[in-house]
Every structure is written in structure tokens, then in C-alpha cells.
Ligand binder design. Structure first.
Ligand SMILES: *Cc1c(COP(=O)(O)O)cnc(C)c1O
Length: 371
């Protein structure tokens, strides 16, 4: 489904770390953090072991706990909800926009109004690399005294009205798993302009050692969510090449969009006017409601083409239903889109021929099922 793009510079910087005795907590992490902060236009970046641990540390640092309600989207990867569940906070879902698939500000307002108590936070996800409607969401969050947490794990390099994804709200989180636009192996980063919040995230990441604590003093209950030097080195090299990585993905996305333009029953991804730069994370098509998405995926598989039903909404995940009951019916757009979206193989080094082959396979699969 995806492939990282690793070059000579990545090998050089990782080898540089291996030639030293410092494999964690060294200069590469600081270099990586500086580069991420600069790229996302933030004062601070805190490197962490994954996007998930970054979101969790941030929720904890903001003091969001068991008595709290938060508003977020169910059309996402589970980590953006799990970070609240770890702390016992209760997610309230707003529905999504039928074009961008991002959380719908009007539905957020309804969720806030219907909440038994004022929600503590609003967490929008920049779905598939397209920023959520962050101007409107920021206004709703500040008007209601909610922390805005931007899950930018899929959107490094994207821009909303000319402003960098990750630069909105109290803080944002990026992720660097190997299928993302750039990778550190496992890894993530929290970015913020708030000095106190940054210190708190650093403390939680490092076993509760507050600034000034020595190695065996733990001021608070913390975690080991650190990012090692080898991962940070990979990240420094990838960031140097980020514009190239993003451009290659953009080229592949454009090839898909033109190859699929004439395929009946397939809606290609749509970029809204507020998105001044798309950062392509995945290439997800939406099938006509009359088509059986899972049957299309099986047909593709017979052609040797992998695909994924993407996203299966979080409120319809088995673990979520077990805990909160079946909320199916409460999020009509999320549920409709969740039944019809299919991610195709996607990364920046896919050839024209491969994209053409996938498009042909999809066309045939649909024809086959229609007949
Ligand atoms: C990738 C991703 C994360 C974090 O994933 P990790 O695998 O923990 O790095 C969080 N939220 C969203 C929306 C993601 O796509």
C-alpha cells in the first residue's frame, strides 16, 4: 500500500549517529526538533516515539481527564480518539463534511450545544493530508473555552489559507510512521508556541523528569515516549528532502486523478478552496453507493492490487461499541463515506505504468461487478 523513500542522505546521517556513543537524548534529536518547529512555524517541537504517544502526552499535559468531554471526529485513525480514552475522557463525535471528509464546523457547534457540560477540547484531524476548516474551528474553540488540538499526523507540509498545518490551536501533533509523507521509522512530534505546555510534554515524555530534575528524580508520573537518535537522524534527512517527497507524491496523485477521471462510479479526492497546499498522505477514492466496496476490493486483489476500506469509522469499531454501545445512525455522513471509501496503493515512487495498471484494474472490477 505504501513505501518509504530512503536515500543516501538518510544512510549518511544514521551512520553518523552509529559512530558515536549517544543513541538517545543527543544532538540529533535537538536538530530534528528545531527543523520541525521551523517547518510548522512553532516555537517548540517535542520529538516523541509515535504520533499516538504524542497525542497522549499532549492530552495529559492539557489536564484532560475522566470528568471531561471532548469533541472530535469518528472518520479518523483510532489514535485521535484513543488519546482521550487513555485518560478516561469521553469523546462526543461531530459529523464530517461530505466533500473534504474533515470535521464539519456546523456539526461541531451542535455537538458543543448538546454536550451536558462544556467540552474541554476540540480535536480536528487533517484527514488524508487536507487541513480541516481550522479558521472556523479555532473560532469555535476559543468562543467556547475549549483547547484546540490539531491532529496533523497526516498533513505535514499542508497549508490552510496559506498557513502551515500544525500551526493552529494550543498544539498539534505530527506522525512519522513509514507510510506517512516522511518517516523516522516509528516517531512523532508535538508542536506548540506555549512554553509551559512544551515543558510539560517534555517532562511526560521523559519518565516525569521535570526541567532541573536529575536522572533519578521523577516529579510527576511520566512515560517513556522518547525518540531515539537513530530515528531523529532519519527525520533530519527526510526533512531536508521534504519538499521533494511532497512533490513526488503530488505528481503520483495527479496521475491517479487523470487516470481515474473517466472511470464511472469513482469519485476522486476533492481539494477545497481553503486548502492552499495539499500534502498527499494517501489516495482515497469514493465509490458510488450502488457499488459493493468490499467486492471491488476483492476484484482488485484478484488483479494483484491491494486496497483498504479506509477509514472504518471509530464509533463502529468493535472496541468502541463494546464500551459505548452501538451509535450507528448518529453520524450519517461519516457512516455513508466510511462505507464507500477505498485507499489505493500510494507513495511517491509509483510509476506511471503502476498507476495506469491500478486504474485499469479498478475500471475492470467495477465493470465486472456491474454485469
Ligand atoms: C498516523 C496517525 C496517527 C499516529 O500514528 P502512529 O502510528 O502512532 O505514529 C494519529 N492520528 C492520525 C489521524 C494518523 O493518521
Amino acid at each position: 500500500m505504501s513505501a518509504p523513500d530512503i536515500g543516501a542522505r538518510e544512510r549518511e546521517l544514521v551512520a553518523q549517529v552509529l559512530a558515536t556513543d549517544t543513541l538517545s537524548g543527543g544532538p540529533m534529536l535537538l536538530r530534528f526538533e528545531e527543523a520541525i518547529a521551523r517547518r510548522s512555524r512553532r516555537r517548540h517541537a517535542i520529538g516523541v516515539s509515535s504520533g499516538t504517544t504524542g497525542l497522549h502526552a499532549l492530552v495529559k499535559a492539557l489536564g484532560i481527564g475522566p470528568t471531561e468531554t471532548v469533541v472530535t471526529t469518528a472518520y479518523s485513525f483510532v489514535a485521535s480518539v484513543n488519546c482521550f480514552l487513555y485518560e478516561g475522557a469521553r469523546p462526543l463525535f461531530a459529523d464530517i463534511d461530505p466533500v473534504s471528509y474533515n470535521i464539519d464546523p456546523a456539526s461541531v457547534e451542535e455537538a458543543v450545544a448538546s454536550s451536558p457540560r462544556p467540552p474541554a477540547a476540540l480535536l480536528p484531524v487533517d484527514v488524508f493530508g487536507q487541513p480541516a476548516d481550522l479558521d472556523r474551528l479555532s473560532a469555535i474553540a476559543s468562543g467556547n473555552g475549549m483547547h484546540l488540538i490539531e491532529d496533523a499526523c497526516e498533513a505535514l507540509g499542508a497549508e490552510h489559507h496559506g498557513r502551515a498545518a500544525g500551526s493552529f490551536g494550543a498544539a498539534a501533533v505530527f506522525a512519522f510512521y513509514p507510510n506517512k509523507q516522511m518517516t523516522t521509522g516509528e516517531g512523532g512530534a508535538i508542536v506548540t508556541d506555549d512554553d509551559v505546555l512544551a515543558d510539560s510534554c517534555r517532562t511526560l515524555r521523559n519518565q516525569g523528569r521535570a526541567p532541573g530534575d536529575d536522572w533519578l528524580t521523577h516529579s510527576v508520573l511520566g512515560f517513556n515516549y522518547r525518540l531515539d537518535e537513530l530515528s531523529a537522524a532519519l527525520g533530519v534527512a527526510q526533512l531536508e528532502r521534504l519538499d521533494h517527497l511532497l512533490t513526488s507524491r503530488e505528481r503520483v496523485a495527479a496521475m491517479y486523478t487523470s487516470a481515474l477521471a473517466s472511470v464511472a462510479g469513482v469519485q476522486v479526492p476533492r481539494i477545497v478552496g481553503e486548502t492552499t497546499r495539499m500534502s498527499w498522505f494517501v489516495y482515497v477514492v469514493t465509490l458510488d453507493a450502488a457499488l459493493d466496496r468490499d467486492a471491488v476490493a476483492r476484484e482488485l486483489k484478484a488483479w494483484g492490487v491491494s486496497s483498504r476500506p479506509y477509514f472504518r469509522p471509530i464509533h463502529q469499531q468493535p472496541y468502541f461499541i463494546e464500551r459505548f454501545g452501538d451509535l450507528t445512525g448518529s453520524l450519517p455522513v461519516t457512516e455513508d463515506i466510511g462505507r464507500r471509501t477505498l485507499a489505493l496503493p500510494f507513495h511517491g515512487r509509483l510509476s506511471d505504468e503502476s498507476v495506469g495498471f491500478v486504474a485499469e484494474a479498478l475500471r475492470s472490477a467495477i465493470v465486472q461487478l456491474g454485469s
